[in-house]
Ligand binder design. Structure first.
Ligand SMILES: Cc1ncc(COP(=O)(O)O)c(C=O)c1O
Length: 389
């Protein structure tokens, strides 16, 4: 049987991982500045995370949500404490798309309305409503097309105000990434998020903070929306939540009331996933990883800003991007093939850095040194080629 060929893959087989390094089948070591797409929060194969999952596996891996699962309450308590949203309610699912799908569905149930405001360059996942709210027609199947989504330019307060003016009574929710990831590391301004909050209050709409990529401490605060000093009504989470164990969830403000049957999932909140997620929060707390992400991110950002040859370095915490000029466009490919460094990308020319929150200063220095070396080696070569032509 063939695998359904939807992923453009690197010709590399990773067989082992530890902290911020991974190793291929030939024993070659790679520095992971990509975190498996922002998933690795506390570091690959963290010993406490491994032990928690192993211990749980010996007891029970799964039973459905038809019985009490005390680990879910333990997770909710810990999440409330670490995120500071102690009065919120937790619904658990399995992925980022599912978290957003449930968030928007819940907003629609809550308000009795149909329209969702989303933003240009957004990415919210690939399930039906999540992909409809994603600004990429190439991944929206005909069956997902809907006129219930209103796209507004990101960080454009006037356009947002206008959209509310025209559709306010029908708007169930605004869904927004605090820092757009797939869209190329675009930071929502504090004033934009504050505007979303005030317009949602004015029109009775639900503010959904898609924190799947920018949440869980990655930005240097638990939720990047916290920088704006506002509370969302629903926070969608996944990626870093399980450090690679599949788990997602939404945090729901107290004024949104549950009803039996309104949301549900077979696997969401299973014992094993809760054990993994609890281990992640324990390590985030004990190793002070949110503050570490803030400080190390600032260090990385400043070092990147001092490099000649790359443009528009931006980001918060350990969610950083920069533009790669056309003349050194092979940079990302060469970092992987020549220097064994994984980085992320955003089309057309952005390198995205999403390392583990536990990356060391030495590893950051190692990255910067090799990045500089490759930029230098690419510059003259491509200039020489240009001259020859
Ligand atoms: C902001 C954001 N939301 C949602 C998703 C979808 O998450 P998943 O792939 O777990 O469904 C992603 C994935 O990249 C994301 O970056």
């Amino acid at each position: 049987m063939n695998l359904f060929d939807v992923y453009p893959v690197n010709d590399i087989t990773i067989v082992k991982a530890q902290g911020s390094y991974v190793w291929d089948a030939d024993g070659v070591q790679y520095l992971d500045m990509y975190g498996g797409h922002a998933v690795i929060s506390i570091g690959h194969t963290h010993p406490l995370w491994v032990r928690r999952i192993e211990d749980q596996l010996q007891k029970i891996a799964f039973y459905s949500n038809s019985v009490h699962i005390p680990l879910q309450q333990e997770l909710a308590d810990k999440l409330g404490k670490v995120s500071g949203k102690e009065d919120y309610q937790l619904f658990l699912c399995n992925s980022g798309a599912e978290a957003n799908e449930n968030a928007m569905k819940l907003a629609s149930f809550h308000t009795g309305r149909k329209k969702i405001i989303a933003f240009k360059k957004s990415f919210h996942g690939r399930t039906s409503l999540a992909v409809a709210a994603t600004d990429n027609p190439a991944i929206v199947a005909p069956v997902n097309e809907t006129d219930n989504i209103i796209f507004v330019p990101f960080n454009d307060e006037k356009a947002l105000q206008q959209a509310f003016k025209e559709n306010g009574g029908e708007v169930a929710a605004v869904i927004v990434e605090g820092i757009q990831g797939v869209g190329g590391i675009n930071i929502a301004t504090d004033s934009f998020l504050q505007k979303i909050r005030s317009l949602c209050d004015e029109y009775g709409a639900v503010y959904i903070a898609d924190s799947v990529q920018c949440g869980y401490g990655r930005s240097g605060k638990f939720f990047s929306h916290d920088y704006a000093g506002v509370n969302a009504d629903i926070y969608a989470m996944a990626k870093g939540m399980g450090n690679g164990f599949p788990i997602g969830g939404i945090l729901i403000a107290p004024h949104i009331k549950p009803k039996h049957g309104m949301l549900g999932t077979t696997f969401g909140g299973n014992h094993l996933a809760c054990a993994a997620a609890l281990a992640v929060l324990e390590v985030i707390e004990s190793e002070n990883l949110i503050e570490q992400s803030r400080q190390r991110g600032m260090y990385l950002l400043n070092r990147l800003k001092s490099i000649n040859g790359i443009n528009n370095v931006r980001g918060r915490g350990l969610m950083i991007g920069f533009d790669v000029p056309e003349e050194i466009k092979d940079l990302r490919k060469n970092l992987l093939t020549k220097y064994q460094i994984f980085t992320g990308e955003a089309k057309p020319n952005v390198i995205r850095l999403l390392p583990s929150l536990a990356i060391t200063r030495k590893q950051v220095d190692e990255f910067i040194e090799l990045l500089q070396e490759e930029i230098e080696s690419l510059k003259p070569k491509q200039e020489a080629v240009a001259e020859e032509q």
